[in-house]
Write a protein that binds this ligand. Structure first.
Ligand code: ADP
Ligand code: ASP
Ligand code: MG
Length: 450
């Protein structure tokens, strides 16, 4: 029998009514055996705030209260079943305990366990909603199968181990029931809880689909598919019915929040098709991401990624010398920084760093140790409050006239950096964050609304 893994994001499991709508989507398809859920909308943000060193006791208690309130509103709608209430109470106490522990020990391991508790709560309740509707459904602790390394805050999934563990512990359960499990979290070899980085539930769903040889992954969210740009930025954005793996991967990488950037990797490896749709309006259909698609237009979408940092490295060593870039990249790699875009001149290298590379608790990328190490072999200047706007499409680098159309829109804006040519699928410009929305809107108008 073919298998579908369905993931429901924060707004889709925000409250009882939203969970009820998602349960109907699941029940409409007998092939949906694995359900991956995010924390209810807003809960991870509250947990992240609990990890901050700056909060006082009063704020801590207020955050705990807000988190409990989200859970209790759902429990109320479910009629407060005793066993479920006890389970949720235990999880809420754990949140409180861990937030207290962080006051003394700001350990990333504790933070990860704390951050994972939103998903632990929502998965228990979602399974209960399915059971209330007469389905055989059990909540499953994803830590049994989602093996990662121990890089707390942004753990790396261990694909082969996940496959072996899922085949042993998860696959045999699917014949009898639907399994509801947690996105975003996993466990390292020692069993310590880890997280995959913000927005990581999409990635979890794709990894489980790969491990279970699923036929498709469904990402149910609050928009009816992938649009030509974020519909919040351009009201005339339209949904894209079908898109290739390459284009979708570029969109996710360049900030289309609708998909976590790593989601496409497992799907590509196993050629698993991905569907993106709205859990509020499933009848509207959505976007299919596939290996083979019928149309590959030059302009597909505009994406924006905020909160970008530009590192400008200056060194006379670079002049007619070898090895400077190798040395710089080795230092960045050592500090687990992935370089995003790069431009070079005779004695300067400009590199952008991406916040999606930062960890679940939102800690910055540029540690003091890294800055010191870089400063040993070059002068470093850091600029922030920048946004990267990407035009995504096909044959961008080989189609005459693309630059003209893009630059006529940018005429009145200061472009800090341009990257084009490495990929046939994108052209990127770095602009001030304050101008980003305007740039996206104007580009969308010029490329898609004319
Ligand atoms: P979830 O909680 O379901 O994972 P997210 O908030 O992470 O949902 O992602 C959905 C949001 O992504 C949408 O509400 C939309 O504002 C944003 N988004 C950004 N770019 C796009 C795009 N190109 N198409 C659709 N949505 C986009
Ligand atoms: N709950 C996590 C977050 O808000 C993961 C996710 O929703 O994908 O980042
Ligand atoms: Mg998301």
């Amino acid at each position: 029998m073919s298998l579908v893994v369905a993931k429901f994001g924060g707004t889709s499991v925000a409250d009882y009514e939203a969970m009820h709508r998602c349960a109907k989507i699941i029940m409409d398809n007998p092939q949906t055996r694995v359900v991956v859920v995010s924390a209810s909308s807003g809960v991870t943000n509250l947990l992240v705030e609990l990890t901050q060193a700056t909060i006082n006791d009063e704020r801590r208690l207020s955050l705990l209260k807000q988190i409990a309130q989200v859970q209790y509103t759902i429990l109320d709608a479910l009629g407060r079943p005793q066993q479920l209430c006890a389970t949720i109470d235990a999880l809420l106490s754990r949140i409180s305990q861990l937030s207290e522990a962080l006051v003394l020990d700001r350990s990333k391991q504790i933070m990860d366990e704390l951050l994972s508790l939103g998903e632990q709560c929502s998965s228990q309740m979602f399974a209960a909603v399915l059971r209330e509707l007469g389905e055989q459904a059990t909540s499953f602790d994803v830590r049994q199968v989602m093996r990662t390394d121990s890089h707390f805050g942004k753990a790396e999934p261990q694909v082969d181990e996940i496959s072996a563990l899922a085949q042993t512990h998860l696959a045999p359960l699917l014949a009898e029931q639907r399994i509801v499990t947690q996105g975003f979290m996993g466990a390292d070899e020692a069993g310590a809880t880890t997280t995959l980085g913000r927005g990581g539930s999409d990635y979890s769903a794709a990894l489980l689909a790969e491990a279970l040889n699923a036929d498709s992954v469904e990402i149910w969210t609050d928009v009816a598919g992938i649009y030509t740009t974020d519909p919040r930025l351009a009201p005339n954005a339209t949904p894209i019915p079908e898109i290739s793996f390459n284009e979708a991967a570029e969109m996710a990488t360049f900030g289309a929040k609708v998909l976590h950037p790593a989601t496409i990797l497992p799907a590509v490896r196993q050629k698993i098709q991905v569907f993106v749709g709205s859990s509020k309006a499933p009848e509207q259909g959505g976007t299919w991401i596939r290996h083979q698609i019928e149309q590959a237009p030059v302009y597909r979408a505009v994406a924006v990624r905020r909160d970008q940092t530009l590192l400008n490295l200056h060194s006379l060593q670079m002049l007619h010398a070898q090895g400077f870039l190798a040395e710089t990249f080795a230092t960045l790699a050592k500090h687990k920084i992935s370089v995003d875009l790069i431009t070079t001149s005779e004695v300067n290298v400009a590199i952008t760093l991406d916040k999606t590379g930062s960890d679940s608790s939102g800690h910055g990328l540029l540690s003091e140790a890294l800055m010191q190490e870089l400063s040993q072999h070059c002068r470093v200047r850091v600029e922030d409050k920048l946004a990267l706007v990407a035009i995504i499409g096909n044959r961008i680098a080989t189609t005459p006239g693309v630059c003209r159309r893009v630059f006529e829109v940018l005429e009145t804006h200061n472009v800090r950096m341009i990257c084009q040519g490495a990929s046939p699928h994108n052209l990127c410009v770095l602009v001030s964050e304050s101008e980003a929305a305007q740039v996206v809107h104007a580009l969308h108008q010029n490329l898609f609304e004319g």
